[in-house]
Structures are given as structure tokens and as C-alpha cells.
Design a protein around this ligand. Structure first.
Ligand code: ZN
Ligand code: ZN
Length: 493
């Protein structure tokens, strides 16, 4: 029953891994330990075993450090605030947070142990072509280090955090720039994937669906991850992944963030563990030989505070898995009749965007236009897949019910057949100009549709997956519109 590793002096980064193999499953309900005694679920990270870095027994609780206004060091700059009514841990049962002091103790927090659960082999492949780096994963750890999900097998843990999720394979291809550019104005982060680790699992930002510090509140497995329904993810960097330091002791690369900048481990030059004070408001810094890059810390916001570069839209898919497991309503119960036609029309709208982007490879020579078209193609195809999934599953499970009388939802921004025909006949600069202008109108139309839906379903939809989807769509498309308008200036001059 000892799941608790003493502080090891060497091979420290492998400590969790090493200990996991000889852990047996706790005897639930068998009278082991006192009620409320969670000590068999504690872990002893190597990061906490030395004097360097933040003090693991009193880490700053991130809850009040979410900001939606502007980035700041030590804060998480998020595109939207949390939903206080979203499901999550039962705060009255959390013993490791000192609410009065605003701190939490990593060393007295329970972690789901390893056991017999095995979701299959992980995949992570990185390839490069021209300016784009592709990371193909199936969202399972390639080292097969994963806890004994579902957590419902451990009643004393699921009494605190009811997450019923079971991790399963899901393929993603992330296309990010090889040479990202530092923006003057950083970009906010949203729920869902903000990056991908080299061991094949996505990274989420520091907060759960309520907007609380996810690392402090939610129970994860001793390998650092947990599922949102079936989507396994990390909110902080599992220390075993920080295992290949560079010659000067600086941590090695552990993953990529959506904007293309690398995420490195816990140590800076000389092998010293970093704190927020060493990093900028986005949780990165700029030094040779890597240029700008992010670092993990064991204090909130753990991975990034904002995007330094342009976040790529291809990360959408995992944005949509809610943090709240099976408790989440994909479609809000109120006025689902508005949602069904919205999904149908948004799919048609997106299909036209695919038609548009398909014209680009044969007609445009401009690298920027080709790139943004490719990224939009990936994002829109992913969104269509998700909306179709919702339509099929929600209808078959009877959540939506009869559509009854439904007001038509318009499709602003759709291009006329004449405009499509004209585009097909153009090439080069002429094509680029009309393509960009058409896509800007098309995107603005989609954002209007999304806004109209939110207005109709009202506050009842807050926190539902539809809500997240619409917020995501608005943020991504507004961002792409900005980028395309900028390109239009270039093309026209
Ligand atoms: Zn560094
Ligand atoms: Zn999570």
C-alpha cells in the first residue's frame, strides 16, 4: 500500500515512474486507513525535494489570478471567465487547500494511482515541411504512463472529484509555424488545448471550467493527467517529461504551444528551477540559442500565461471537450430548438469555407495566403466533424427532441454562386484579394450567426459545450479576420 516514494537523490525525474510500477491497488472499503485518510494517494515530486523553486507545501492558489482584461506576470490571461456553476471538485471535501491563506499543498493532495487500466499505445510524430511543423498524436502518452481510470473505482477520490471520464485514443494533427513571430500584443488563452507535449498528450491551460486553478482543485493521476470525458490532458507539466536537459543544465524541449513557440521544462540556464519572477507575462523568456520560449513552473499558471505569437486554429477539436465530464450538457436544455438549425446551417456555412480554401493551392502563389487557407481548412473540417457528431448523438439520445416550429436562422456571409464562379476564374494577386475579402465577409457572417444563437438560448446555455464552441468560434474567427485584413493591406499595396 505504499505509494509514497521517499525523496530519491538520483534519477529524480523518473521518480513517479519508478514508484508507480510497484504500487498495488488500494483496498477500497476494506478498512484500510481512517476515513478521510488520503495519505496513500500522496506523491513526492522530485521538484519539491530541494530548496529551489516554489515551496510545494504552500503554492499560491491560482483562483483569483485569472484575468480576462490584460496579461500580467503570474496571471492567466483567458479569453473568457469561468462558469461558477460548472461541475468540478466538491470544495467542502478538499483538505489540501488553505482557503484563508490562498495556498495549496501539493504534498498532501491525493493523486489517482496506477493500476490495471490501459487505453492502448500512444502516438506522437513530429514532421516539418516548408514553414509548418505538424505534430500528429492520438492523445495517449507514448510512455504508457497513465492512472487507473475511471476514478469511480476509488470511492474516496471520486467523493471529492466526480470526474467519470475514461481516457481513449483520439487523433489530432496540429499544424504550427516553425518560425513563430513574437506579437506586440499577446493573445488570450481559451479552455481546451493550448499546446501539445512530445509524449503525445495535449496541454490545457491552468483552469477548469469554473475558472479555478485546475492543478489545485482537480484530482489527476500520479502521472499528471486526467480525462475530460475521454480526452486525456495535462494542466501542468508532468516532471518525468522534463528528463533531457541541455548541456548547460537548461531543461530540454517538452512540447509545443499553439503559437509555435516551444515549451521547455522547469529549469533555466545553469539548471536552476524557475519561478514566475524569472518569466514574462506569457510565462516565457528570450535567450540564446532558442530565442523566445515558454517554461513550465510548479506555480500557477504552470505552463503559459498568454500566447506570445498567433495561436493556430487547428487546435480546436480538444477545445470542445468540456472539463466537466459526463455531467456537461452539450446542448442546453432550454430552447434546444434553436440549436439544431444552428448546427445544420453552420455546417453548410463551413462547407462553403472548405470550397473556398480548396481554390487556393491552384490559384495563389502567396505563402501567407496559402498558409492561412490551409489552417482554415483544417479548423473548419474539424469543426464540421464536431458539429456532425453533436447532431447525430444528441438527436439519437433524444436530447434535442422534435424540432417543432423553428424560426429560420440566416446564413450571413455566404457567398453567391456568382462570386464563387468569379473566384474560380481568377489567379495570382487578383485571386488573393477577392479570396481574402470573401473570407473576411464569410467569417464575419459566422460570428454573427453564433452571436444570434447565444442571444436566443440566453444565459441558460452558459457553460454548455455550445457556449464554449460559440465563444471559441468568435475568438478564432475574429483573430483570423484581423490577420486577413492585415494581408489584404499587403496584397493591395
Ligand atoms: Zn529558458
Ligand atoms: Zn482538466
Amino acid at each position: 500500500m505504499i505509494k509514497y516514494c521517499a525523496n530519491l537523490l538520483s534519477a529524480l525525474l523518473l521518480v513517479l515512474t519508478a514508484c508507480a510500477s510497484d504500487v498495488s491497488q488500494p483496498d477500497v472499503g476494506g478498512g484500510q486507513g481512517e476515513p478521510g485518510d488520503l495519505s496513500s494517494y500522496f506523491i513526492s515530486p522530485a521538484l519539491c525535494a530541494d530548496e529551489e523553486g516554489p515551496e510545494c507545501a504552500s503554492l499560491r492558489l491560482g483562483d483569483p489570478h485569472l484575468t480576462t482584461t490584460s496579461p500580467a506576470r503570474g496571471k492567466l490571461f483567458a479569453c473568457s471567465g469561468g462558469n461558477p456553476n460548472a461541475p468540478g471538485s466538491d470544495q467542502t471535501r478538499i483538505t489540501w487547500i488553505d482557503w484563508a491563506a490562498g495556498t495549496w499543498n501539493l504534498l498532501t493532495k491525493p493523486f489517482l494511482p496506477s493500476g490495471s487500466f490501459s487505453p492502448g499505445e500512444g502516438v506522437a510524430r513530429v514532421s516539418e515541411s516548408d514553414d509548418v511543423r505538424s505534430v500528429v498524436i492520438n492523445n495517449l502518452p507514448v510512455d504508457e504512463k497513465i492512472g487507473d481510470w475511471p476514478m469511480t473505482k476509488y470511492p474516496e477520490l471520486s467523493a471529492i472529484d466526480r470526474n467519470p471520464g475514461v481516457p481513449a485514443a483520439r487523433s489530432f494533427t496540429f499544424n504550427i509555424p516553425i518560425e513563430p513571430v513574437v506579437n506586440e500584443t499577446p493573445f488570450c488563452t481559451s479552455l481546451g488545448a493550448i499546446g501539445v507535449t512530445l509524449n503525445g498528450v495535449v496541454l490545457y491551460n491552468a483552469v477548469d471550467a469554473r475558472g479555478n486553478d485546475a492543478v489545485a482543485h482537480e484530482i489527476v493521476d500520479e502521472f499528471g493527467g486526467h480525462p475530460a470525458m475521454s480526452d486525456y490532458h495535462y494542466h501542468f507539466l508532468p516532471e518525468r517529461l522534463d528528463s533531457a536537459p541541455m548541456a548547460d543544465g537548461h531543461s530540454g524541449l517538452v512540447g509545443f504551444i499553439r503559437d509555435g513557440f516551444g515549451l521547455y521544462g522547469y529549469d533555466g540556464s545553469g539548471g536552476l528551477e524557475l519561478t514566475n519572477a524569472d518569466l514574462d507575462e506569457c510565462h516565457g523568456h528570450d535567450h540564446a540559442p532558442m530565442g523566445y520560449h515558454y517554461h513550465a513552473t510548479i506555480e500557477y499558471p504552470y505552463t503559459i500565461g498568454c500566447f506570445r505569437g498567433d495561436p493556430e486554429p487547428a487546435f480546436l477539436a480538444s477545445t470542445l471537450a468540456s472539463e466537466s465530464g459526463a455531467d456537461a450538457d452539450v446542448v442546453p436544455e432550454v430552447d434546444t430548438q434553436a440549436v439544431l438549425p444552428f448546427l445544420e446551417r453552420m455546417i453548410s456555412h463551413h462547407l462553403q469555407a472548405l470550397e473556398l480554401t480548396a481554390l487556393v493551392p491552384d490559384r495563389s502563389d502567396r505563402v501567407g495566403v496559402r498558409q492561412i487557407a490551409e489552417r482554415m481548412r483544417i479548423a473548419q473540417a474539424e469543426e464540421i466533424r464536431l458539429m456532425e457528431y453533436w447532431l447525430q448523438n444528441e438527436i439519437s439520445s433524444g436530447v434535442i427532441g422534435d424540432s417543432g416550429e423553428v424560426e429560420p436562422v440566416g446564413m450571413p456571409g455566404m457567398l453567391s454562386p456568382e462570386r464563387m464562379q468569379r473566384l474560380r476564374g481568377l489567379e495570382g494577386r487578383e485571386f488573393d484579394r477577392l479570396f481574402l475579402r470573401s473570407m473576411v465577409e464569410h467569417h464575419q457572417g459566422a460570428v454573427r450567426m453564433a452571436g444570434a444563437l447565444l442571444q436566443r438560448v440566453g444565459p441558460a446555455a452558459r457553460g454548455s459545450s455550445i457556449d464554449w464552441f460559440v465563444l471559441h468560434l468568435e475568438a478564432e474567427q475574429a483573430f483570423e479576420v484581423k490577420r486577413m485584413l492585415h494581408m489584404l493591406d499587403d496584397v493591395s499595396s
